[in-house]
Design a protein around this ligand. Structure first.
Ligand code: F6P
Length: 553
């Protein structure tokens, strides 16, 4: 295992610190004086064209960041991950989501097992099932083909499938619809089952552990809804109904069987796939049904393209490594606390939500792998919405607020729907906004420029844009399955890079446990158990009292 190096004790860290102290960013001037800047700071990874030139960097900063990565052993750690070493030390697990997208015929032996061969066995099972559903060969209990697939899962068993389904809607087979139930708020099940025909609905219960309260509760609610609705139509063979209308995705196939789902209809995966890294495993079954096995294979190949780039490209040209290092630069040296992700692609409207789990559950850690406290800030807050909607909502703060918010702008050259308004290509209107925003953020608008427009004196300060607000532009040819896979893998490896620099374990999530435990203790108090109520703190007791006062029978 690579030794743990304290990033803050390296010479590169000290150097970056001193550069940051005296940095006077001036992107206007940096662009003017350096005609080679854009070319030098533009990189390619697979289909992703990544322009870093509008970031607050120069050659020295990038050089020191790469030096820092070398000092903390990023390449060794990366190689350990790809090789299946147990780098998730608090759970004693390998971290092998990269094995999920290795091509058929590749081999990776971990603990005597060829994990790539196992991955492809399950993929074949999923593909055969997806084809049956798509071709109308998989029939519901009354002999009708499936029209609606409802995925029940939460966290990694929901966010990935939803985000990718939405991103790839133009590729979804006409006549098939996917819905997603995640929240234990009963509204979710109630609304998502509204208007669907139980005879043509298939539920996928997706849970790595098959113990998650939300998912198991929702699966039971869905089972009741299905059986009750069928009974109203005179169908009462419950076991057969569950067999035809429920499948599962899990690492715990024994628990799937206990729920009543035929183990024949369960797709497995492995404990070396983290929930938030699992959309490319059986957790993506809803997506595989929706877009079909061929497209799903392209999606996986997209991930693999970026894996290969990350694994084999020198750090100075390695896009995920550079982006991860840039995030460290902003977080630890320039004081940024958050990071915006702004896709100029409506289809990526769930991308920021997806990234929130990937990045924040991974890197929201306060201790290092050896249990000692972290030595610097970790885990910035990821957030965002698609442009142009965000422009009319929160961009004001990015442009003129007091906080530094590095932002990733993502766009594609070819729209899914090439519409024209008269002679105007509407995608070009859209892209003009993507380009205008990054330009405004970088170069701003000076007082002299504002005055030259004849602005009244007292309004001038309000119309000045300071500029030097950092952005990364990520451009791709189109939002294909492969490109979506590439984007996800890009952010997975960015997250990994940051975690390695900070010396944390990006693959556990103990921080979600306490709330789960307490909810179990509070549930009886809400139901009226006096002893459970007494053991609560005063604020919780008062809130429960409010609930009892207002809840109608
Ligand atoms: O509680 C957090 C978490 O464990 C996530 O990491 C995970 O993606 C989610 O819950 C769902 O877990 P499961 O797939 O086991 O139901």
């Amino acid at each position: 295992m690579t030794p743990l190096i304290d990033c803050t004790k390296t010479a590169a860290w000290a150097q970056l610190h001193s550069i940051a102290q005296s940095l006077e960013p001036d992107l206007r001037q940096w662009f003017e004086l350096d005609p080679g800047r854009v070319e030098r700071f533009t990189f390619q990874a697979g289909d992703l064209h990544v322009d870093l030139s509008k970031n607050l960097i120069n050659d020295e900063i990038l050089g020191q960041l790469v030096e820092l990565a070398e000092r903390v052993g990023l390449e060794h750690k990366r190689d350990e991950m790809f090789a299946g070493e147990r780098i998730n030390i608090t759970e004693g697990r390998a971290v092998l989501h990269t094995a999920l997208r290795r091509p058929k015929g590749d081999s990776l032996i971990v603990d005597g097992v060829d994990v790539v061969a196992e991955v492809h066995q399950v993929l074949e099972q999923i593909y055969a099932f997806a084809d049956q559903v798509r071709d109308g060969r998989w029939l519901g209990i009354t002999g009708k083909p499936i029209q609606t697939v409802i995925n029940i899962g939460i966290g990694g068993s929901d966010l990935g499938p939803v985000m990718v389904y939405e991103a790839l809607l133009p590729y979804v087979k006409p006549g098939l619809e996917c819905r997603f139930i995640s929240n234990i708020d009963p509204t979710d099940v109630a609304q998502k089952t509204q208007g669907v025909d139980p005879e043509t609905t298939l539920f996928i219960v997706a849970s790595k552990t098959f113990t998650t309260l939300e998912t198991i509760t929702n699966a039971k609610l869905a089972r009741t809804w299905l059986l009750d609705s069928l009974r109203e139509r005179g169908i009462s063979d419950d076991a057969e109904a569950i067999k035809r209308h429920f499948v599962a995705v899990s690492t715990a196939l024994d628990k799937v069987a206990a729920f009543g789902i035929d183990p024949q209809n369960a797709f497995g995966f492995w404990d070396w796939v983290g929930g938030r890294y699992s959309v490319d495993s059986a957790v993506g079954t809803a997506v595989a049904i929706a877009i079909g096995p061929e497209r799903f294979a392209e999606f996986l190949a997209g991930f693999h393209t970026i894996d290969e780039h990350f694994a084999h490209t020198e750090l100075a040209q390695n896009v995920p490594a550079l982006l991860g290092l840039l995030n460290v630069w902003y977080t630890d040296f320039l004081g940024a606390a958050s990071h915006a992700v702004l896709p100029y692609a409506q289809s990526l409207h769930r991308f920021a939500a997806y990234l929130q789990q990937l990045t924040m559950e991974s890197n929201g850690k306060g201790v290092r792998v050896d249990g000692s406290p972290v030595t610097t800030d970790t885990g910035e807050i990821f957030w965002g919405e698609p442009g142009t909607n965000g422009q009319h909502a929160f961009y004001q703060l990015i442009h003129q607020g007091t906080r530094l918010i590095p932002a990733d702008f993502i766009a594609v050259a070819n729209p899914a729907y090439p519409l024209k308004q008269g002679e105007q290509d509407v995608h070009e209107l859209f892209l003009a906004n993507f380009l205008a925003q990054t330009k405004a953020l970088a170069f701003g608008k000076t007082e002299a420029e504002v005055r030259a427009e004849g602005t009244a004196d007292e309004i001038v300060p309000h119309r000045v844009f300071a500029g030097n607000r950092p952005t990364t532009s990520i451009f791709a040819p189109a939002l294909t399955p492969a490109v979506v896979g590439q984007l996800i893998a890009l952010y997975e490896h960015i997250t990994f890079t940051q975690g390695v620099v900070w010396g944390i374990n990006s693959f556990d999530q103990w921080g979600v446990e306490l709330g789960k435990q307490l909810a179990n203790q509070i549930t009886p108090a809400l139901a009226g158990d006096a002893t459970a109520l007494e053991s609560q703190d005063a604020s919780t007791q008062a809130l429960i009292a409010y609930y009892h006062e207002h809840r109608q029978p």
